[in-house]
Design a binder for this molecule. Structure first.
Ligand code: WT7
Length: 656
């Protein structure tokens, strides 16, 4: 406890607080008390205020079939219209998206431009490809404005998009296409990274075989490199878009019509298609944008995420556009041409809110400690972090060198499943402590519970991070698998006998009730803010013919947060002569099955794994060995306790 208590407190900047939407902790408590006392009144009121309804809702929430919850029933809206059309009266010439390419090329897209571009895109999907309401469309795109147009075009015609991060392999893409039964894929020939073209279309080609549900592929030509075109299947966006009308009626959608799927990793099996629906999601995307980043009318906001992750969905596209903000989209990497790139962009675009991941902060710190000092960063007001716990040294550098000890840092805690932030400081109100997500946002009944008793834990005790009431942006389902939805999120913790939403994360309160997230409690690891199921990586490694058994755990990593550590038992007849070659071969399998993001940092070949008599692998022991910790766990229940010493000595002698 003492360590947590000793954390210094940083009060919000007074000048900033004066104009903030939530100005102090009293205002925060008022909102949170309102939600506690009149939950439906609270949400109903914001839903009326924030959403431009085509038809008003009649029932704020229905939880009679919990955890299958419905929000704002009877309400009709269109999320693309919420993000674009309704701003045209007041903001038609305002920049909606400012794009900066890897090579420094720039493009400003006004709300009126966005309106026309999205309408044309929507017409293309509808009229040329026959995409209809409810159809699934996979988007496999680089960070270019067309990715945002594609998302909004789907929303406009009621199609359900499922974005697959561009770093995923053909196999991973294929699995997601098939699970969602997508009939259209939107991609690009490729894009630019570090001044060089890279390719995406060949991956799509590989992911589509004769049995694929995909009928059409739309290709945005970004880098004009040579690609293969399959006649009757592949079409050039650049050609087709020329002939589309700029008028496209927005489909009238029910509040609970699905908006998108986004696949994410769980502790078991294949990735799950997290489903978000229309009204609840867009409401919370907009509210959190306003509260947590406190973006003002003339501000320029930049989130460095990729649209392939939930952060890119909620905080590059949907949230900023729903509130009528200017959002920056960046194609490149933060360290190219040097580790001053983001700060140069902050200076040039006069960025007011900057949102990134601890991994990026650590890398930028390491590679360019003094870079921020070379630029004028005085436009910055709010700095955000997301994706993993941030360590105090990275926090300090971010606060001092980037924020000039003047900006609030919002350490936003949330997940793909929560749609938007759930625990976060409010920049004008919350006195912050380094590396601390602080308090639940107004309306979010987040609590740290004891998994056994379901009671709120005492300060310093640690427990499970839960949300005890459904909220509008809560995951609505796992695509095609209701049972998995219920089991994954509502099976582990009960409060007053009733199941509550469990995030999978551990957390702890300090003496002042501040929440610090301590990390996953399940077999999910977090590599550079990317969520990875150990089971998924193991399944990939097992595809190598020489592998008999494998166990994967996370190991703390200086830059990535966690690295992937694999313990591999080879088949006795595999006849491996060269371990280095074997490591390469296994990494190639991972690359093919998942992608480069899942490559192992450490791989050791061991003679056996620590298993209980019932055959369960004791990952805790493997985690300790990977960290180089002494084994304190009871190993007497293992089938063969001697295996532990053997593994430990192998690890000590050979780490790749
Ligand atoms: C997991 C969710 C949230 C968008 C990006 C990742 C971890 C996220 C924080 C934070 C500590 C964090 C959790 C969570 N996480 N934000 N501020 N402090 N941990 O989304 O891929 O769904 O991963 O990221 O472990 O469960 P995701």
């Amino acid at each position: 406890m003492s360590e947590i208590q000793a954390k210094p407190v940083f009060k919000p900047n007074k000048e900033f607080s004066k104009n903030a939407r939530i100005k102090n902790m009293c205002e925060y408590h008022e909102l949170q008390d309102w939600a506690t006392e009149d939950y439906e009144g609270f949400w109903g009121s914001f839903a009326k205020e924030k959403i431009t309804w085509i038809e008003p809702f009649t029932n704020t929430m229905d939880e009679s079939n919990f955890p299958f919850v419905k929000w704002f029933e009877g309400g009709k809206l269109n999320v693309a219209a919420q993000c674009i059309d309704r701003h045209l009266d007041t903001r038609k010439n305002k920049a909606a998206i400012i794009f900066e390419g890897d090579r420094g090329d720039k493009q400003v897209i006004t709300y009126l431009d966005l309106f026309y571009n999205v309408n044309k895109f929507a017409n293309l999907l509808k009229n040329e490809f026959g995409v209809q309401k409810g159809d699934r469309v996979v988007i496999y795109m680089p960070m270019i404005p067309e990715a945002a147009y594609a998302m909004l075009a789907c929303a406009r015609i009621g199609a359900i998009h499922s974005i697959v991060f561009g770093g995923f392999s053909a196999e991973a893409l294929k699995d997601r296409i098939e699970d969602a039964e997508a009939k259209v894929v939107i991609t690009a020939d490729g894009a630019y990274r570090k001044d060089k073209p890279y390719m995406l279309k060949p991956v799509v080609d590989e992911a589509i075989d004769a049995k694929s549900p995909v009928q059409k592929v739309l290709v945005v030509e970004r880098n004009n490199e040579d690609i293969t075109w399959v006649a009757g299947r592949d079409y050039s966006y650049n050609e087709l878009i020329k002939h589309q009308s700029t008028k496209c009626e927005a489909e009238v959608m029910d509040a609970e019509d699905p908006l998108f799927l986004l696949y994410t990793s769980g502790s078991t099996g294949k990735p799950k298609g997290v489903q978000h629906n229309s009204a609840g999601y867009i409401l919370w995307a907009q509210m959190t944008m306003e509260w947590v980043f406190d973006v003002k009318e003339n501000d320029t906001y930049w989130c460095t995420a990729d649209v392939g992750w939930i952060t890119g969905h909620t905080y590059i596209v949907y949230g900023p556009l729903a509130m009528g903000a200017t959002t920056v989209m960046f194609e490149g990497v933060p360290t190219y041409p040097d580790a001053g790139r983001p700060w140069k962009m902050v200076e040039e675009h006069k960025i007011n809110q900057f949102y990134t991941a601890p991994t990026a902060i650590r890398v930028l710190h390491k590679m360019g400690e003094d870079e921020p000092g070379k630029y004028d960063l005085s436009s910055l007001k709010v700095l955000g972090t997301v994706g993993e716990p941030i360590d105090p040294p990275a926090w300090k550098w971010y606060y001092e060198a980037v924020g000039g000890s003047r900006c609030s840092i919002v350490d936003t805690y949330w997940q793909t499943e929560t749609g938007g932030h759930i625990v976060s400081p409010l920049p004008g109100a919350t006195p912050i402590k380094p590396a601390c997500a602080t308090f639940p946002l107004p309306g979010i009944m987040a609590e740290i519970l004891d998994p056994q008793t379901g009671e709120r834990v005492e300060a310093g005790e640690g427990g499970y991070m839960c949300v005890t009431r459904p909220w509008p942006a809560m995951i609505r389902g796992v695509w095609g698998d209701n049972e998995r939805f219920v089991k994954s999120y509502f099976g582990d913790v009960k409060k007053d006998g009733k199941p509550v939403y469990f995030t999978g994360d551990g957390a702890i309160y300090d003496e002042d009730g501040y929440i610090t997230i301590t990390g996953r409690t399940d077999d999910v690891i977090n590599v550079s803010g990317h969520r990875m199921g150990t089971a998924e990586v193991e399944a990939a490694i097992k595809k190598h013919p020489n592998v008999a058994e494998v166990a994967v755990v996370g190991k703390p990593h200086e830059l990535k947060g966690e690295g992937i550590f694999a313990y591999i038992v080879l088949k006795s007849d595999s006849g491996i002569a060269d371990e280095v070659e074997e490591v390469k071969a296994i990494n190639n399998v991972i690359k093919k099955e998942i992608g480069n993001i899942a490559l192992c940092d450490d791989m050791v070949f061991v003679s056996g794994l620590p298993k209980t008599r019932s055959g369960k692998i004791m990952r805790r022991i493997l985690r300790s060995i990977a960290k180089g910790e002494a084994i304190t766990q009871d190993i007497s229940t293992l089938e063969d306790p001697s295996v532990v010493a053997k593994i430990a000595s192998t690890v000590q002698s050979c780490v790749i």
